[in-house]
Design a protein around this ligand. Structure first.
Ligand code: MN3
Length: 211
């Protein structure tokens, strides 16, 4: 198996009450595992077996839909787990290295949250909201993608390197929040692991691979 399901650095119940243990367990062991297995199956015996996930994503328009959907699903969730932490939230941005870039771009953390929320809530159906680094300018921007697409793919309007992502598929929140996506987005801000976002920001600046 080329691509492996990552291990969480916290327990399934660690993010409660913001994300419940049952949702975390199903999300990782069923959904993310499913994308990972189907990605491995889709590339089996093809040239893509020798490609990095970034290479696959950057030329995804040339590949079958099964590669696009499952490479995206594999990558997006790998980022998502990393930028969550029971010790996250507003206080974790202090000293993380992300406070200055956020304020420089959005004016304040609250203003970032407002814009990110608007993007997450206006994504119709299933998809993701992202904070990305523009290349080569290095500035930050917020965007959204449908399904399991992401900003590294050659099929999106605006490319960028994702440094923070929020899964807004119903499977990410429906057990606990039902149709209340806005409450889920609010809760997400309380568990953002800003030092981990900063690590991705640094890697993006150095053109290093994220996952
Ligand atoms: Mn998901």
């Amino acid at each position: 198996m080329k691509f492996l399901l990552p291990e969480l650095s916290y327990q399934f119940d660690a993010l409660e009450p913001h994300i419940d243990a049952e949702t975390m367990k199903i999300h990782l062991t069923k959904h993310h595992q499913g994308y990972t297995d189907k990605l491995n199956k889709a590339i089996e015996g093809t040239d893509l077996e020798n490609s990095s996930i970034e290479e696959i994503l950057s030329k995804v328009s040339h590949h079958p839909a099964a590669v696009r959907n499952n490479a995206g699903g594999f990558y997006n969730h790998s980022i998502f787990w990393k930028i969550l932490s029971p010790n996250g939230g507003d206080q974790s941005i202090e000293g993380s290295g992300m406070k200055d870039p956020i304020i420089a771009k959005f004016g304040s953390l609250d203003s970032f949250k407002e814009q990110f929320t608007k993007t997450a809530l206006s994504r119709f159906g299933s998809g993701w909201a992202w904070l990305c680094m523009d290349e080569p300018e290095g500035s930050l921007f917020i965007t959204s993608t449908p399904n399991q697409d992401n900003p590294l793919m050659d099929v999106v309007d605006k490319n960028g390197i994702p440094i923070l992502g929020l899964d807004v598929w119903e499977h990410a929140y429906y057990l606990h929040y039902q149709n209340r996506r806005a409450d889920y987005v609010d809760a997400f801000f309380k568990i953002i692991n800003w030092p981990a976002v900063n690590e991705y920001h640094k890697k993006a600046s150095e053109n290093a691979v994220l996952v």
